[in-house]
Design a binder for this molecule. Structure first.
Ligand code: BG6
Length: 477
């Protein structure tokens, strides 16, 4: 039987302003969180909030400043996406383009006008924008002012920003995501929500304080979106990838379940509208106090999301055996036990196409809401041939197997899926390492890790392959 995705499926690609857009000082934009996250050995300590750098200096190179300059290339870039037959383009709005400091009374017209041009360009080709409101982004001014999401006042600032963009783009943007990979707060607290844990502070307490504020802000944004744009659909976003027990010892099964719940906690609240019992118990056990204010519970219940979006790069593994867990490795900023049955990318992220089907089934069994795969792909080094082409068969192989597993989940298992946006259709800056050489794109961008290069865009072999996949709705892989 020929398997393909249904008509109307949203095939496309995903980006984020902080890694893609550049133009960091143009159009009245203010300083954002990523603008102070450098390339090099200081990147991870800053991203984890272990090293404090709240302004730029001469010694460091900041790859987000220019990124791959979508700001000036958006027409050319969107035309390339249209040539591939994209139905959907995921991007984020840079908060500091709209509110440079984050606490102004009025939005910045130049910033609003930029995204008008971008959305109009997408719509010209019949491409639906899917917009993340906050993708590893917040105004540095609010960090100085409030210490980021640890302060409840952030909720009002965020909702003022949401109102401005909802009112401006209603009728142009139907699909929205509140916070990118909200569970990343546990792994990259600074990049994720501007959190710097102070000396002597209870780290868990302050993380769940930020989480509570973000969850309220997310619920508020969903409510507001529905009021202003009744036809809009708003999703939460998980750094996904199911957790497997390392072996079938019940202790490993239990450990994997516990770790998985740590991951699901955020979207459990966003999707079901209340803190789950298991979380209330562990917060109580750890002596963590949630700052419940009148109206919080009602807001969470009223602001549940319409769909569950997630990134999927790899599955994960956990064990109760300290001997096994002492050898954890990286997997999208998570530390995870190496699964001996899987190969890994050059960056050590383990490749597991069937794990995507597992993850989709797990998420749908849990929430019974439509899913949206909003990131998936292979970060790899690409070489230009002497003819100037990129023969990225490894990327095609990765995407082919993942798309096959996705189609199985939909066709064989009946999981409702709104779309698939592969990560970084044009090469962009890596969030974790700041490298350009960790490339996900089906379109090469001539720029290196030090920011040198012409920024020329060159379609790779995978560009033509993905175009065919989209044209046949996945029947031809
Ligand atoms: C996700 C993020 O964690 O993974 C993206 O939402 C990120 O911002 C992507 O770029 C891939 O990770 P990396 O570190 O390889 O860029």
């Amino acid at each position: 039987m020929e398997k393909r995705m249904p008509k109307g499926f949203l095939w496309g690609g995903a980006t984020a302003a902080n890694q893609f857009e550049g133009g960091w000082q143009e159009g009245g934009k203010g300083l954002g969180l990523i603008d102070v996250v450098p390339y090099g050995p200081d990147r991870m300590p800053v991203a984890r909030g272990e090293k404090v750098m709240l302004s730029c200096d001469e010694e460091h190179y900041y790859p987000g400043h220019e990124a791959v300059d979508f700001y000036h290339h958006y027409k050319e870039d969107i035309a390339l996406l249209a040539e591939m037959g994209f139905k959907c383009f995921r991007m984020s709005i840079s908060w500091t383009r709209i509110f440079p400091n984050g606490d102004e009374a009025e939005p910045n017209e130049e910033g609003l006008a930029f995204y008008d041009r971008v959305f109009d360009e997408c719509l010209k080709y019949g491409i639906e924008p899917l917009v993340t409101l906050c993708h590893f982004d917040l105004p540095i001014h609010l960090l100085h002012q409030f210490g980021g999401w640890r302060d409840r006042k952030m909720i009002d600032c965020f909702l003022t920003y949401c109102r401005a963009v909802f009112e401006r783009y209603k009728g142009k943007v139907k699909y929205w995501i509140t916070f990118n990979e909200i569970n990343m707060l546990n792994h990259l607290p600074f990049t994720s929500c501007g959190l710097i844990v102070k000396e002597g502070e209870n780290e868990k307490q302050v993380k769940y304080l930020c989480a509570h504020h973000e969850l309220l802000a997310s619920a508020g944004a969903v409510k507001l979106a529905h009021e202003i744009m009744p036809e809009a659909m708003v999703g939460c976003m998980l750094a996904g990838g199911s957790f497997y027990p390392y072996c079938c010892a019940p202790t490993d099964v239990w450990q994997a379940k516990q770790t998985e719940r740590g991951n699901y906690f955020f979207i459990d609240v966003q999707s079901r509208g209340a803190y789950p019992n298991y979380a209330l118990k562990w917060l109580e056990r750890d002596g963590i106090v949630i700052d419940w204010q009148p109206g919080d519970r009602e807001l969470l219940a009223e602001g549940t999301v319409d769909f569950i979006s997630f990134s999927y790069y790899c599955s994960r593994c956990d064990s109760a055996d300290p001997e096994v867990t002492s050898k954890r490795m990286a997997a999208n900023a998570f530390r995870t036990v190496r699964n001996p049955y899987l190969e890994a990318s050059e960056w050590g992220w383990q490749i597991d196409p069937l794990g995507l089907r597992v993850t989709m089934n797990d998420l749908y069994d849990r929430y019974q809401k439509p899913l949206f795969i909003v990131e998936n792909g292979l970060g790899a080094k690409d070489e230009l041939t002497p003819e100037g082409t990129i023969e990225d068969d490894y990327r095609i192989a990765y995407m082919r197997e993942h798309i096959r597993a996705m189609i199985d989940a939909v066709v064989e298992d009946g999981v409702p899926l709104m779309g698939y946006t592969m990560w970084g259709p044009l090469d962009l800056v890596s969030a974790s390492t700041g490298e350009m050489s960790k490339r996900y794109g089906v379109i090469y961008v001539d720029r290196d890790d030090q920011g040198q290069g012409s920024l020329k865009r060159i379609p790779k072999k995978s560009f033509y392959w993905y175009k065919r996949v989209i044209a046949t709705d996945g029947a031809e892989l």
